[in-house]
Write a protein that binds this ligand. Structure first.
Ligand code: BGC
Length: 710
């Protein structure tokens, strides 16, 4: 389709219509979709509705086809709608939530799960997914931490890239792909006090050296759309922020795709106190660089007057409209407006055996073994007492799984029984007073007590921030009660955020599962009994106390750093809790042990044209096979701006059998030593750098080298 020609023959209303996104509700009142905001009437006329360029959320192929047909019959030029939806970690087959996938440290897995999600969702005629979320998060109080890849900019970048590649592949004309809309641009994960939708205040140095990296990577990977965030940046709502949307996105990143507001976020700039009325919001939006307005009507109602009054240049509307038309063209919608929608294919693909197997594999790699005092894996002959609120819980899909098919979900109890374990379900109450003598007796008589704790599925996600990070509803008390009676105790915590685990750390074994999706319970049972060898690692620091957050391993040093030894009165520390997290970035056990040989680097001086080789031998010295993830961090000792005490630059994950060794080699170039200045430009400064290699941020060996001019 010649979109430029199409633009020329479009009326003003038709053009502005392309910049409006509404729910399918406006076309069919019964549409079954999850929408995070309220579906409001919006006061749209029939004409406006049949000019709208895109739809948010659609339930099925049949619904999509019905809406598209109705729409095209009513559109003068027959320009098709584009259907967008939140396909975050699966369509009907649900995979682990993003924070869990990050724990796998396996980008191939992320790519694969995104690929399957796209294949399934596309059968319903979905063309764009509002994913991945590239918001860096360092505060577990924020409910949307569950949708993130955690606290590390590099992990975030790698996983975001894998996700975009999985959704889109390299061929958007293939109708089993979906275009990716990276969100929420920008800095949404830094909401003050971890409260959703709250203010964000980040310096440009912080933005460019951590918070923007993920979105930038998504764009480099070819993401077709960018969604703005609800927060302000430098006092200006991101939705109308010219610096973000024009200077960074268009000029610096050379982004050619479509920008879209978040739900109603253009209208919400009135609440931010940045527009008097919707007309002013429309003006700031289009001038700022916002193309599509989601679920509010500032553009459709006011752009006409603004152009007539000479306030807004028609060129801006043409540019935005053309970008939307080009996206439709890239997706092949002009040739096939029903792209993807195919009930027969949906039957064949959705929840297929292969997809369910992949969901299990992803779950295997995403859970984290945090403690194991010689207890796991369990022997199948053990007698198990199962206790706690998650014992019979099967809502394991996690937030943002609105189409998730629950039919295959099971509970730990179901899977323990199916696995042939001698298990007795004691009680799933949290309140300790509801446990009586016969409960205690069952716990005492079992060889192992499995205590299943955690958050309810609605305790994390959008608008689900929490001030307390303790296990909810006094579950620590339940732990103490069970521990008192049990011979051995395995605690399993299912949650959407890192919680405070100070008490349950005393378990004989502790597994952190997050929400693992359709195959959650089977993956946990297989891990308990050694069918699966756990390999996940913490993608975020687990605090000891809420007062420590934001808490992350890659912090700056301060002028008065705390010294592990020595006199510390006037150093940066707390009087009542340590600075350190309970579990640091990268921690996570396996059923075996790895021995690290000495760390070698190929030179102690290099120029910006050289490559540094970094080598370490790793041996599996335990009795089980296992996957190790070895991490390489650097520290730029002296730079113009203060740099983090350590930053992850590379990692490798590999499997070793008992007694097997492997030489791990990393290659570092000067590009890995770069940072961004305030303008977002890359800077490489000569000087000394430390290299740190090990299994996690608090267990590393160190070597140093100097970057010299030349
Ligand atoms: C969320 C977005 C989501 C959008 C559309 C908003 O409330 O912040 O992440 O993509 O709704 O459902």
């Amino acid at each position: 389709m010649d979109t430029k020609h199409l633009l020329e023959i479009m009326t003003f209303d038709e053009k502005v219509g392309q910049l409006l996104q509404i729910a399918p509700f406006f076309f069919i009142k019964h549409a079954d979709v999850e929408i995070a905001g309220e579906v409001k009437d919006l006061g749209l006329s029939r004409k406006d509705i049949f000019h709208a360029g895109s739809v948010l959320g659609i339930g099925s192929a049949e619904e999509m086809m019905q809406v598209q047909e109705l729409y095209m019959k009513n559109h003068r030029l027959g320009i098709p709608l584009i259907f967008m939806a939140d396909i975050i970690h699966g369509y009907e087959t649900i995979f682990p939530v993003p924070i869990a996938l990050a724990s796998s440290f396996n980008p191939e897995l992320v790519k694969k799960t995104s690929r399957i999600s796209a294949m399934e969702a596309s059968t319903a005629g979905i063309h764009v997914t509002f994913a991945p979320m590239a918001d860096l998060v360092r505060d577990p109080r924020w409910g949307r931490v569950v949708e993130s890849f955690g606290e590390d900019p590099y992990v975030n970048e790698v996983m975001v890239q894998a996700s975009v590649e999985g959704f889109q592949t390299h061929d958007l004309k293939d109708e089993r792909t979906v275009a990716s809309c990276v969100k929420h641009f920008a800095g949404y994960g830094a909401s003050e006090a971890g409260r959703d939708y709250n203010t964000v205040d980040l310096s440009r140095i912080q933005l460019h050296n951590g918070y923007l990296n993920g979105y930038k990577k998504a764009i480099e990977a070819g993401a077709k759309m960018v969604m703005t965030s609800f927060n302000v940046i430098e006092g200006i709502p991101a939705t109308v922020n010219r610096y973000l949307l024009r200077e960074v996105l268009r000029d610096l990143y050379q982004f050619k795709g479509v920008t879209i507001s978040d739900y109603d976020s253009l209208h919400q700039i009135l609440n931010h106190g940045c527009a008097e009325n919707d007309k002013e919001a429309a003006e700031r939006g289009i001038m700022g660089g916002l193309d599509i307005e989601m679920a509010s009507t500032c553009y459709i109602k006011h752009l006409k007057e603004l152009v007539d009054e000479g306030v807004v240049d028609m060129k801006l509307i043409d540019e935005a409209c053309l970008r939307v038309l080009d996206l439709k063209n890239d997706l092949g919608l002009f040739e096939n407006p029903y792209r993807g929608a195919n009930p027969a294919e949906a039957n064949r693909l959705v929840m297929s055996k292969e997809h369910l197997e992949q969901s299990l594999k992803a779950a295997y790699e995403s859970l984290i073994l945090l403690e194991n005092k010689d207890l796991l894996p369990l022997n199948k002959q053990v007698k198990v007492a199962l206790i706690g609120p998650h014992a019979t819980y099967d809502m394991t899909n996690g937030p943002w799984s609105w189409r998730g098919n629950q039919a295959h979900n099971t509970s730990l109890y179901d899977e323990l029984k199916a696995f042939g374990v001698d298990v007795i379900h004691v009680n799933d109450q949290v309140d300790v007073s509801s446990y009586k003598e016969h409960d205690f007796k069952m716990i005492r008589e079992a060889d192992v007590a499995i205590l299943a704790l955690g958050e309810h599925v609605r305790e994390s996600g959008e608008a689900h921030s929490k001030a307390s990070l303790r296990l909810p509803r006094h579950q620590d008390d339940l732990f103490h009660m069970v521990k008192e009676h049990a011979k051995k105790i395995v605690t399993i915590v299912t949650a959407g955020r890192p919680l405070i685990l100070n008490d349950v750390k005393e378990s004989d074994a502790l597994i952190y599962t997050w929400f693992l999706g359709t195959k959650h319970a089977l993956a946990v049972v297989h891990t308990l009994f050694g069918v699966n060898q756990p390999s996940g690692k913490c993608p975020m620091s687990f605090p000891m106390h809420e007062g420590q957050v934001p808490l992350y391993y890659n912090h700056l040093n301060t002028g008065r750093p705390y010294q592990p030894q020595g006199h510390n009165e006037f150093t940066s520390h707390y009087l009542d809790v340590p600075n350190e997290p309970l579990y640091t970035f990268g921690e996570g056990l396996t059923y075996t042990e790895f021995h690290y040989g000495e760390l070698h680097i190929s030179k102690t001086e290099m120029t910006s044209h050289d490559t540094l080789d970094i080598l370490v031998d790793i041996t599996n010295v335990g009795e089980h096979p296992g996957h190790e993830t070895v991490m390489l961090f650097i520290r730029d000792r002296v730079a113009t701006i203060s740099r983090p005490v350590m930053e992850l630059k590379k990692w490798q994950k590999f499997k070793l059998n008992p007694n097997e060794s492997k030489t791990i080699q990393f290659k570092l170039t000067s590009a890995d030593l770069a940072y961004y200045n305030q303008e977002g430009q890359v800077v490489i400064e000569p000087g000394w750098f430390d290299i740190m290699v090990g299994p996690h941020a608090k267990d590393v060996q160190q070597q140093s080298f100097k970057l010299i001019k030349g």
